[in-house]
Write a protein that binds this ligand. Structure first.
Ligand SMILES: [Zn+2]
Length: 266
């Protein structure tokens, strides 16, 4: 427990440093975030053809209510860094379904009594988003800085995992979720590359497409299960297409692929 708190302290220090860097050297971030935006913006116009309202979800409440409508099976919950740490440690490893929203409320109330005003302020800001589909997956997304809508890392876990390693830079003990986590890092960088501030919405929507992880057959070979040559395991399709997502209005564009069948895995 004490080592986790120390890690959190390091993150806070890093965050302060990053904020300062942004303030004094704003051009550094600009250079990182805009390299691919021009090409991609020009190449898609799904919305105009589909007649849907423009995707422009840049606040957490907007994003959450949009996701609730589109994918009601996915539970989306938000936490401060400290309250997430406590929730991760308190998750039952047997996979029983407690209500994440209720649990986080309790944890946050009890922790806030013991902490100073400054820590409360930090803990209160949303820094972690949990997406949970019973019996399918739990995903953890980190926002940096806390309180923003800028995702900086993402990880997938089995619904029956619990412990301090359940954070956005951690890795599941299971091959399936470890593999999706690696795929997800690539996808996050792709969404951030647009530089339009909508990476979080695109990322969360893409994560929701994994609600069909064990039921959607591969778009290329047509099968649900296939032998993965790299791991010598029989696996469902662990990849979901993401290239069309930033401007699409639904999850139909997230086609499923096995690692070996995926067009972007060559
Ligand atoms: Zn396949």
């Amino acid at each position: 427990m004490s080592s986790d708190v120390t890690l959190d302290d390091c993150r806070l220090a890093l965050k302060a440093f990053t904020d300062q860097k942004r303030r004094f050297f704003p051009h550094i971030d600009d250079g990182l975030k805009k390299p691919r935006s021009k090409k991609h913006r020009a190449s898609h116009s799904l919305l105009e053809h589909g007649g849907e309202e423009p995707v422009n979800y840049k606040t957490l409440p907007d994003i959450q209510s949009r996701l609730e409508k589109l994918v009601p099976n996915v539970k989306v919950s938000t936490y401060g860094r400290l309250s997430w740490l406590k929730r991760a440690n308190s998750l039952p490893v047997s996979g029983s379904d407690d209500d994440p929203a209720e649990a986080s409320k309790l944890v946050f109330q009890s922790s806030s009594k013991m902490r100073s005003g400054l820590e409360d302020e930090v803990a209160d800001k949303v820094a972690v988003i949990e997406l949970y589909v019973p019996s399918v997956f739990r995903a953890v997304v980190s926002l940096n800085p806390a309180g923003s809508v800028d995702p900086d890392s993402v990880a997938f876990f089995s619904p029956d995992e619990g412990g301090s390693y359940l954070h956005s830079r951690g890795f599941s003990a299971h091959h399936v979720y470890k593999h999706i986590t690696e795929h997800a890092s690539t996808v996050l960088q792709y969404f951030l590359g647009f530089g339009t501030g909508t990476a979080l919405y695109s990322l969360l929507l893409w994560i929701c497409s994994f609600e069909s992880l064990f039921s959607k057959p591969c778009c290329k070979c047509g099968r649900l299960l296939a032998m993965d040559k790299k791991s010598a395991l029989i696996l469902p399709p662990l990849h979901r297409a993401y290239q069309e997502l930033p401007l699409a209005a639904n999850l139909d564009v997230c086609e499923a692929y096995h690692g070996g069948c995926s067009p972007d895995d060559s």
